[in-house]
Design a protein around this ligand. Structure first.
Ligand code: ACO
Length: 376
């Protein structure tokens, strides 16, 4: 890399956006002007989705219509042929691979697939936001040899997802925690997956293509995949008494500790604070707080040693695990929420579009003479 750029587009402002503000020094996250702390306190995921798409909070009537659309069986159900595609996949296919494949395939069944107008993209965004939980839950059932549970239009998105995953009604605390988790993951400015979605949308490609790109980007362990890696670390540490020695060795070995550090936050990620509180409450309810205890020890030592702080991925997995969600479904759950932000960004990109096409600084050779094959 030349001295002029830091690599990874760090600090490069690509575009203006009205959707999300991150204040990395103050540790603040704002959606459309509203602090996530306020939204966590007073709002629901469905309302936050409306806020991200429409730019302001809904009236009661608008919220009822919007929530009904997201909950309707017509929007939530998967086409039977899509379920047949899922059943044809090898059982070992990871939930994130299934999600990527499923979203791509869903476009083939979408009546608005080729229409990029704002109205059609909004309709497709409603369907995608309604379908993603059904897709993740259906695969969870199929890979375990069980029949998928049909979505229940009387339940909100969080309660319905947990019911479809487990085949049983979740506790009110689990539903509340899951809903807050969805609110906290719904958008995060020009993160890697959102940028991938916007790059795809900027070619005037459709929303299903943009979301497929985003899912591919989210999958990596430096982005959404970190929450799964955190849980694998907790499983390796096993008990709180082993945590200090384990993490001291990891730090001495210069290992990258998942769930810490951030490109934008210089202080603790505000989302981590909420997720820690909720994971603790859930742990108390289920009678096992060991995961949070392990993570607290890890957080104290990593922050003191490296001056990097917990990010959104540190405590989310502990909360999901308490709800009986398997570790490899954590990143798909991130996507169930982030699809709200991705689709908001696709709409914003389409509303004022220009192809995103940066340059590279070429550092290779420039005047080589071609050498015939028999003289190499
Ligand atoms: N563990 C140990 N050291 C770290 C960590 C970490 N988690 N994160 C950063 N550092 C160190 C690096 O080693 C580097 O040190 P050096 O300058 O001595 O070489 C310095 O901090 C800067 O790190 P970069 O990787 O250059 O920072 P960048 O902004 O590129 O990366 C990232 C940000 C990818 C999030 C990084 O902090 C990381 O890998 N974290 C772990 C993965 C993770 O939790 N990702 C989830 C992020 S949130 C999300 O996407 C939802």
């Amino acid at each position: 890399m030349s001295g002029e750029h830091k690599g990874g587009l760090e600090d490069v402002v690509v575009s203006t956006s009205d959707i999300c503000l991150i204040d990395g020094n103050e540790g603040r996250l704002v959606y459309r002007g509203y602090d996530v702390d306020e939204l966590v306190e007073h709002s629901s995921f469905e309302e936050v989705v409306y806020l991200l798409w429409h730019g302001g909070l809904p009236t009661r009537k608008e919220l009822v219509a919007h929530t009904r659309a997201l909950a309707s069986t017509a929007n939530r159900r998967l086409p039977p042929k899509l379920l047949a595609i899922l059943r044809a996949l090898p059982r070992k296919t990871t939930p994130m691979e299934v999600l990527r494949t499923g979203v791509s395939a869903l476009s083939a069944f979408d009546p608005d697939a080729a229409d990029n107008s704002r109205d059609a993209t909004l309709r497709k965004s409603i369907r995608l936001t309604a379908q993603l939980p059904t897709l993740v839950a259906a695969w969870e059932r199929i890979r375990r040899g069980k029949t998928p549970v049909a979505p229940d239009p009387r339940l909100g998105l969080a309660a319905n997802f947990l019911a479809m995953m487990r085949g049983a009604r979740p506790s009110p605390l689990a539903v509340k925690t899951f809903d807050v988790g969805l609110i906290l993951h719904a958008d995060h400015e020009f993160n890697a997956s959102t940028f991938a979605a916007r790059v795809t949308a900027a070619t005037l490609s459709d929303v299903h293509s943009a979301i497929t790109s985003a899912i591919g980007a989210l999958k990596g362990p430096l982005h959404g995949g970190a929450n799964e890696q955190v849980m694998r670390m907790v499983e390796r540490i096993k008990t709180p008494v082993r945590a200090e020695a384990w993490i001291r060795k990891a730090l001495a070995d210069k290992a990258r500790v998942m769930g810490f550090g951030h490109r934008v936050y210089r202080v603790e990620d505000p989302r981590a604070r909420h997720l820690r509180r909720l994971a603790t409450e859930l742990g108390r309810q289920t009678g096992d707080t060991s995961a949070v205890e392990i993570l607290d020890i890890v957080a104290r030592l990593v922050s003191a040693d490296k001056h990097i702080y917990p990010n959104v991925d540190l405590y989310s997995g502990a909360a999901y695990a308490s709800m009986g969600i398997p570790t490899d479904a954590f990143t798909p759950i991130f996507a169930i929420s982030r699809v709200a932000g991705w689709t908001a960004h696709v709409m914003e990109q389409h509303a004022n579009n220009r192809l995103i096409r940066p340059r590279s600084e070429y550092t290779g050779s420039t005047h080589l003479a071609y050498v015939p094959l028999d003289r190499r």
